[in-house]
Design a protein around this ligand. Structure first.
Ligand code: UD1
Length: 422
């Protein structure tokens, strides 16, 4: 298992370009299961979760070739419609294959993803939505066994705006008969990108980015790409926020580019309220040196609220500002695992149910710490950047699931960070 050695404190300077968004890449790769022809992509991020998704597609017979910086995915012919436990258990987003497989083949067998570090994360909303479209679903031996003659478009009102369920149902609706309307849909920008990809293949999708999405079903033979250009996936807003927070915490001067700052409106407004000094362009944020920030209160919520995926990084920042802050996590029930690890570096956080009281401290000190999940790992890296002395960050594979070459990108900004292969 690789680990990172990070010598702090650092002040970051320079420009960093974020990679394509992991959370947009995963559903869009899955959406190629709907296409009976090869689809090309550029700048697919080299991340563990992305390679897991590509393995799942390959295990069904999808052909994947890499040419220059592009990859070509050909789901023209599948050998099976089975997503095995051995792969699904490592990544919950694997369950997204259910919708397109059912829509195209009328059958799918997909392992239940099971729990994960940050919470139970059931898939009931995905399954009841598929049933609304006419699928018969049974759970057998740990697998979702789904079948249908043909999916039929319907109006589905989600009990909660689940990102994954919205994506799964959008993809299922593409080859269903008639129109599907998803009410109380998730509004995350990654859903918009999935809609853009589907539209680029000739599907009529309206309302993505709002709470009511309509997809008009098409015959598979009517799908065709609207251009010969490779599809380019949106920049990663979560990675961008992580670098923005790193720049603020280290009192650096950093341009973070390659994403749409409008996707981070809530986060940027919060940072400015805390005293951050930055200018915002069309596709970049320039963080300038500021005086010490002050504490604030945040509560995670579905988009456009404060993203749960930036909660841990925000808590790292709150740990080194003036005064107290309060963080309330409403999306996942177990997403404070970074708290005891950050505490090893000197942060002062008191947990009470779904809330955390964060007391800003003057100094952090380097320590051996262990990553527990993806965004918790990012929070540890942020603390280590400002801590006095060396931190040894173990179980970096969690970080590698969602941050492409983070050690190289931080080194280029002036951090003293070394990966020890293990
Ligand atoms: C996606 C993101 C993840 C992000 C999350 C919330 C990807 C690959 N992952 O995850 O990074 O943290 O959105 O913004 O895009 N739930 C149910 N039943 C369901 C589905 C969800 O109870 O059928 C619950 C979950 O347990 C969780 C909450 O709803 O507590 C949010 O889940 P959801 O929006 O579905 O997140 P994901 O799509 O898994």
């Amino acid at each position: 298992m690789d680990k990172l050695l990070l010598d702090g404190p650092s002040t970051l300077h320079g420009t960093v370009e974020v990679s394509s968004a992991k959370n947009a890449t995963l559903p869009i790769l899955v959406a190629t299961l709907l296409c009976p022809y090869p689809v090309k992509f550029k700048d697919i991020p080299n991340l563990m979760d992305v390679s897991t998704m590509l393995k799942i597609l390959q295990s069904m017979g999808v052909k994947i070739t890499a040419v220059g910086g592009e990859i070509c995915i050909d789901a023209g012919k599948l050998e099976n419609q089975h997503a095995d436990y051995s792969l699904v258990k490592t990544m919950r987003a694997s369950v997204l294959v259910l919708g397109p497989l059912l829509a195209r083949y009328g059958v799918a067998s997909v392992s239940l993803p099971g729990g994960c570090a940050i919470g139970a994360r059931p898939v009931d909303i995905h399954l009841s939505g598929m049933e609304k479209l006419g699928a018969e679903i049974q759970i057998e031996n740990g697998y979702i066994k789904a079948k249908c003659k043909k999916l039929i478009g319907a109006t589905i009102t989600l009990p909660f705006p689940s990102v994954g369920a919205t994506e799964n149902l959008m993809m299922a609706a593409v080859l269903a008969e008639g129109e599907t309307i998803i009410e109380n849909a998730a509004m995350e920008p990654e859903i918009d990108d999935l809609a853009n990809f589907l539209i680029s293949q000739g599907v009529s999708v309206e309302g993505a980015g709002t709470s009511r999405i309509s997809v008009k079903g098409v015959d598979i033979n009517d799908l065709k790409p609207s251009s010969s250009e490779s599809y380019k996936i949106m920049g990663d807003r979560i990675e961008a926020a992580t670098f923005i927070i790193a720049a603020i915490m280290t009192r650096g001067d950093v341009v973070v580019k390659g994403f749409n700052p409008k996707h981070l409106t809530f986060v940027l407004d919060t940072l400015v309220k805390m005293g951050a000094n930055m200018s915002v362009g069309v596709d970049y944020v320039h963080v300038k040196k500021s005086t010490r920030l002050k504490g604030t209160t945040i509560e995670t919520a579905p988009y456009p609220g404060f993203p749960t995926d930036i909660q841990a990084q925000m808590m790292a920042l709150m740990s080194v500002v003036d005064g107290h802050s309060i963080v309330t996590e409403t999306i996942f029930e177990n997403r404070f695992m970074h708290v005891p690890e950050m505490g090893r570096m000197g942060t002062k956080v008191t947990l009470k149910g779904h809330s955390a009281l964060v007391e800003g401290v003057e100094f952090l000190s380097g320590a051996p710490v262990m990553c527990t999940d993806l965004r918790a790992s990012a929070a540890l890296v942020l603390c280590a950047l400002v801590a006095q002395g060396q931190s040894e960050i173990q179980r970096v594979y969690h970080l590698d699931r969602g941050y492409e070459r983070i050690d190289e990108k931080l080194t280029a900004l002036g951090a003293k960070i070394k990966r020890i292969k293990g």
